[in-house]
Write a protein that binds this ligand. Structure first.
Ligand code: PHE
Length: 445
């Protein structure tokens, strides 16, 4: 079975694919919105600290479990827990599949909005004003059309497999994303009002960094942004050759993800202030107006005020968001697909279509009961599901695996003091830190 298992053909292919999973709507919209809402620079500072102390170790643990097992997340967790609690590992793995489906059910809806806005700008450029107006206004019909379109795009990539699909496309799309982002930043920074936004974003007000709301938002944002806790990173880790220098790879993924979030902030926060300068109201009692919806109101208005160039900028910006969302979608889709292929002997094609169909049904459920379900699913996933999964990963790596601490065992064998420290950090510090976060998120926020 393992002989025919697909894999990444290069380290850079792995890093780009994993970074493609990490970089998505979370970074490009979630991060700047959160930063703008939580004091700009102070948020940026706490986000960096949290990423370093907790999110990167969690990412390491998740990738490590997958990489050691060279199997899908259900088998990987089952194997890691085989000695102590054989059933629990597989059960948690299966619950993880539901997490991936949950993530896809709302993510594909938002990604569909991005796609619609990109097409809206393009159709306006082509002189189709009526179509453009329809594409840029929220409607259930638009969701019913664009969510499936987005699911199909993801499925088309996933069904081509790891090397032919995921690796090839991530490697192509990621650099394109970076170039577009930098181009837009250069453009926006030349507009009036941008300087004020830049100052808010880059100069932290340290009196705010202990604000619990800020800390909790930063932690949630870091977890979602690094795609930890639904098995996507675990399955990518399993496609990587065993025992590569994982620490360095995880660090590269973290740096790329954080860099894109930082750049997105550098684009969006000055853009907000440019909009304000042009007479749009963006803050109400220091809170951003409309939060998640702001992007669909203020930014198109800003782009419109730039004339034809603005349309090109809008098309570029929303295409960029769609691309980022696509590479994130494919990692989550790969979680149940890898399980079905390896454990249920389905062909990759069949598995992809089956998973896409399930995602379609669940996203349509969210569309049908949008007001009740949409926010709820996002909240449950990011504030409960992801932290709990990560806590489990820490316990697996630190305590359960092979009746002891897998990493410190290896450190003793290799006589490696850094590995030993790292192992103990994952074993003792991370679970405690994460429990504190979880209690805060669940009971205080
Ligand atoms: N990290 C992705 C983003 O920032 C979202 C994601 C979460 C992707 C979980 C896969 C798994 O948008």
């Amino acid at each position: 079975m393992s002989i025919s298992r697909d894999s990444f053909h290069s380290r850079i292919g792995f890093v780009l694919s994993a970074a493609g999973s990490a970089i998505g709507l979370g970074n490009i919209w979630g991060f700047p919105t959160n930063a703008a809402n939580n004091g700009g620079g102070a948020f940026l500072f706490v986000y960096l600290v949290v990423t370093l102390l907790l999110a990167l170790p969690a990412l390491f643990a998740e990738i490590y479990i997958g990489n050691q097992a060279q199997k899908n997340p259900v088998s990987a967790l089952g194997e890691a827990c085989a000695n102590r609690m054989p059933r629990v590992g597989r059960t948690v793995g299966k619950i993880g599949l539901c997490g991936a489906i949950m993530m896809l059910s709302f993510y594909t809806i938002v990604a569909g909005w991005m796609l619609a806005h990109a097409l809206s700008a393009i159709s306006e450029l082509a002189g189709l004003a009526e179509l453009s107006a329809w594409l840029s206004s929220d409607s259930t019909v638009r969701n019913i059309i664009f969510t499936p379109v987005f699911i199909l795009l993801g499925a088309a990539i996933v069904h081509q497999g790891v090397h032919g699909g995921i690796e090839k496309w991530s490697a192509r799309l990621m650099p394109l994303l970076l170039v577009m982002l930098i181009g837009l930043i250069v453009y926006i920074l030349q507009q009036e009002g941008a300087g004020q936004g830049l100052a808010v974003y880059l100069i932290p007000d340290f009196s705010q960094v202990t604000d619990p709301k800020l800390v909790i938002s930063a932690m949630g944002q870091a977890f979602f942004s690094l795609s930890i806790g639904v098995g996507g990173m675990m399955v990518y880790g399993s496609y990587m050759q065993k025992d590569k220098d994982l620490g360095k790879l995880v660090l590269s993924i973290g740096v790329l993800d954080t860099m894109i979030a930082f750049l997105a902030g550098l684009l969006i926060i000055p853009a907000l202030f440019v909009a304000q300068h042009a007479g749009h109201e963006i803050f109400n009692n220091e809170e951003l107006i409309g939060e998640g919806q702001l992007i669909f109101q203020i930014l198109p208005a800003l782009f419109n005020s730039m004339g034809t160039v603005g349309l090109i900028v809008a098309a570029g910006f929303f295409s960029l968001l769609s691309i980022a969302a696509l590479t994130s979608t494919i990692s989550s889709t790969e979680v149940p697909v890898s399980y079905l292929v390896e454990e249920k002997a389905l062909s990759r094609k069949k598995a992809t279509w089956l998973v896409s169909f399930i995602v379609l049904c669940s996203s349509m459920l969210l569309v049908a009961f949008f007001d009740t379900l949409f926010g709820l699913v996002i909240r449950v996933l990011t504030t409960i599901f992801q932290p709990l999964s990560c806590l489990f990963y820490f316990f697996v790596v630190g305590w359960i695996w092979n009746r002891g601490n897998k990493l410190t065992d290896k450190a003793v064998l290799d006589n490696n003091i850094y590995l030993k420290l790292w192992g103990n950090y994952l074993r003792f510090v991370c679970p405690v830190l994460l429990t504190i976060v979880f209690i805060n998120v669940a009971f205080i926020a």
